[in-house]
Design a protein around this ligand. Structure first.
Ligand code: GLY
Length: 405
């Protein structure tokens, strides 16, 4: 016979157990379906409006219409990349058909040597095609593109030259780290083994020469191609040569994380963590964790944000969280950024924003260009970050370009 006290204890335990949540809900995971639904409706609307326009969407113009660019523009691969993400998420053959049609517009980039951004352009278009629908034809385009990019390597510097125009002599920009995955992929997939050496040399020299003592990255380092000496540092898209341009920091975190994945060189992981820690602890980072366009800019409501920097950073941090021993802090931070970007403060209302998904990005403020606008690459890294986050949160890994066969 149970005593009254025993019965009360049993009841208390039963009530306690039934009140416990089965498993803490993940608010971000729950929001991913509605964000992809919005992405689908936005991009369907944009595709209808594009009609027979043969170029690729980049941003909106002051009158709200979509600005499109030729395949040679550094942003050309992101639109097909976004269509591939919609295919990856939905599995719908219609998205695949559209993604492939826009991917094929970049076919000629396989021989492009006019600047360093071939990794962005072909990686996001043909690289996504290869991840999701492997075909020999795509591999060949990517191998050709890697060989074209490698022609920009300057052996005396150990670096890939970014641009060919004045006032620079031999400029290397931090964004260039993003192009290295094309080279590491090609080296593993029938391209010349030296492509991996080029990628590693570029990352080594960037690691050694592209950072301030506080851990932040310069945007442009201009070299003398004869002596290898640094001629000057430039602010370019940043506010001042002494201040950290927000998207440049995001490129650095992303680029060094991917090069750590590719080489397991501990200094790359350390570099990615240093830049991430610098940004995450920055006193001027707003509470929603979407940075102002430059960490040195005045922190007030009239200073433009850069949602693209937050999206790139979040995607990089999700990957970094899987590489670093103290990864949880990076995943938590990325989740906060992605929740902010998924909120009405940044997610476009249906039918608005020219059909792009995210609002409030800044392309080139000192150039008075693309300030507080949608940018196709903000959408790209946002969708990638959500897919990466879902893979981590549900323990169902997805393939990155460099692991695509
Ligand atoms: N790669 C150029 C930019 O981030 O604006």
């Amino acid at each position: 016979m149970k005593t009254l006290v025993q019965n009360l204890l049993i009841q208390a335990v039963v009530i306690g157990l039934t009140c416990l949540p089965a498993r803490a809900a993940d608010e971000l995971l729950e929001q991913i379906p509605s964000v992809f639904q919005r992405a689908g409706s936005q991009y369907s609307g944009m595709l209808k409006k594009l009609g027979t326009n043969s170029n690729l969407p980049r941003t909106t113009q002051p009158d709200g219409s979509v600005l499109t660019v030729k395949p040679e523009d550094w942003t050309s691969g992101f639109f097909p990349g976004n269509l591939w993400f919609l295919y990856e998420y939905t599995g719908s053959p219609e998205w695949k058909e559209k993604a492939l049609a826009y991917t094929r517009k970049l076919e000629g980039i396989r021989h492009f040597k006019g600047h360093h951004d071939v990794g962005f352009m072909l990686g996001c278009s043909y690289g996504s095609a290869l991840r999701l629908d492997p075909q020999e034809e795509y591999r060949q385009v990517l191998r050709d593109g890697a060989a074209a990019l490698a022609t920009r390597f300057v052996p005396k510097l150990g670096l890939i030259r970014s641009w060919d125009y004045k006032p620079y002599s031999c400029p290397v920009i931090i964004d260039n780290m993003m192009n290295l995955e094309l080279l590491t992929w090609a080296a593993k997939n029938g391209g010349a083994p030296k492509l991996l050496e080029i990628a590693t040399s570029h990352a080594d020299h960037t690691h050694q020469q592209h950072f301030r003592p506080d851990g932040s990255a310069y945007h442009v380092v201009d070299y003398d191609p004869e002596t290898g000496w640094i001629r000057a540092y430039h602010a370019n898209q940043g506010a001042d040569v002494r201040t950290p341009w927000a998207r440049g920091q995001a490129w650095a975190i992303y680029g060094f994380t991917l090069m750590y994945r590719e080489t397991q060189k501990p200094e790359y992981l350390a570099r990615a963590k240093t830049v991430a820690d610098f940004c995450m602890a920055h006193p001027k980072l707003p509470s929603d964790k979407v940075p102002y366009w430059d960490f040195g800019a005045e922190a007030n409501d009239s200073t433009p944000r850069d949602a693209s920097a937050a999206a790139v950073m979040a995607s990089a941090l999700v990957e970094l969280s899987q590489q670093a021993e103290d990864g949880k802090k990076y995943l938590d931070f990325a989740r906060s950024q992605l929740l902010s970007l998924s909120s009405p403060a940044y997610l476009a209302a249906p039918g608005s924003n020219g059909g792009f998904l995210l609002t409030h990005s800044t392309g080139h403020l000192p150039g008075k260009s693309e300030i507080n606008v949608p940018l196709v690459y903000a959408d790209y890294y946002f969708l990638e970050a959500l897919l990466r986050y879902r893979a981590v949160a549900t323990a169902k890994p997805r393939t990155e370009l460099s692991n695509a066969r």
